[in-house]
Design a protein around this ligand. Structure first.
Ligand code: GLU
Length: 367
């Protein structure tokens, strides 16, 4: 690639980092890394009512845990002045205008609307091919509430331009936003980035993915004892495959093998059993000392004095039965490993054979 690649992951801090956004982040990260490019993390917190610090913290924590390091960081709430300059210029050039509105309750207010040229917009999508939209029905859409409160479509286009974003890789749910954003890009004199709209992630029955199917927040997977490298590996396979039977990859292997041009169009099925299997494979790949020390930490929450020799002997039994560290925690809590560590307690009397001599038996047992 001739131009330097710049990708971005721009989450809105209106919820926890979930598995779908993490996949978007990963694909942007992989594409930037394999092209020696830049990966931007941009917090899109222009919606003041719904954005929360708690969600931003969770997103950052999830990204760090997954190892998806960014090269630049921005927060849209700190860029109001920049957006304001663009809005003023658009109004000056008659590409946008202040519109007086009357709501149903007859309250009067004003918004800033984009003057839609009503053209046909057609763009090549790396995954979906040529996509065409008639923008007429969009009307003169709102781009800001006022000079200080720009809305999503505008800020995204300004930022992608200002930050030199070359590739917009994001979920398919954004495809219908693209024509609006291209219109705005033309109006501010920004080049069109390349687009790649990723297939939706679906439940095994092809319904909408939900918590019930195991699609919980990224940091919840951490709490459940999954390995970040396993989550990364699994996410990479949600919509992409290397075209071989190979399924277990480290992040460096993914940087080498991932191919944006080989992403499928159809929905990607989220399968928790597959994720668990991949986690097990990564557990087995861990260096012995790391695996042993982690397992020992879990065991010592309940059992004391675990010698290395004993742990060595126990490892095959444990590894046979677990897919995640969480499985081991459940086994420990459920008492499944008790007999390896705790001497069974019984009274010697209980062991007496009917025909044996009571006193001798007791003597033998207590010697
Ligand atoms: N803030 C938007 C979101 O979280 C970003 C969409 C985009 O990639 O343009 O959905």
């Amino acid at each position: 690639m001739s131009d330097t690649v710049v990708t971005r992951f721009p989450p809105s801090p209106t919820g926890f980092l979930h598995i779908g956004s993490a996949r978007t982040a990963l694909f942007n990260y992989l594409f930037a890394r394999q092209n020696g490019g830049t990966f931007i993390l941009r917090i899109e917190d222009t919606d003041k009512a719904r954005s929360k610090k708690e969600f931003e913290d969770n997103i950052l924590e999830g990204m760090t845990w997954l190892g998806l390091e960014h090269d630049a960081f921005y927060r849209q709430s700190e860029r109001t002045e920049l957006y304001k300059r663009y809005i003023e210029k658009l109004i000056e050039e008659k590409k946008a205008y202040v519109s007086e509105e009357t709501s149903d309750t007859l309250k009067r207010s004003s918004v800033i609307r984009f003057k839609n040229p009503n053209t046909k917009i057609s763009f090549p999508d790396i995954i979906r091919g040529q996509v065409t939209f008639d923008t007429e029905e969009l009307g003169d859409f709102v781009i800001a509430k006022d000079l200080e409160e720009p809305l999503y479509h505008l800020t995204v286009v300004i930022d992608d331009f200002e930050m030199g974003v070359t590739h917009v890789i994001r979920g398919e749910d954004h495809i219908s936003n693209t024509p609006r954003q291209i219109l705005i890009a033309h109006a501010i004199g920004a080049p069109e980035p390349e687009y790649a709209h990723l297939p939706l992630i679906l439940a095994p029955d092809r319904s909408k993915l939900s918590k019930r199917h195991g699609a919980v927040g990224v940091t919840e997977y951490e709490a459940m004892g999954y390995l970040p490298e396993a989550i990364i590996n699994y996410l990479a396979l949600l919509g992409w495959n290397p075209g071989t039977a190979e399924e277990i990859f480290t992040i460096s292997e993914l940087i080498e093998k991932f191919d944006l041009n080989k992403i499928q169009k159809g929905g990607a099925i989220f399968n928790l059993d597959k994720l668990k299997w991949i986690n097990k494979k990564h557990l087995e790949k861990l260096p012995r000392e790391i695996l042993h020390s982690k397992i020992k930490t879990i065991l010592t929450k309940k059992f004391q004095h675990i010698s290395d020799i004993f742990l060595d002997r126990l490892m095959p039994t444990i590894m046979e039965r677990i897919e995640t560290y969480g499985d081991l925690e459940k086994m420990v809590a459920g008492g499944e490993l008790d007999y390896f560590f705790i001497e069974p307690s019984y009274t010697p009397q209980a062991l007496i054979w009917k025909e044996s001599n009571r006193e001798n038996t007791i003597k033998r047992l207590t010697r």
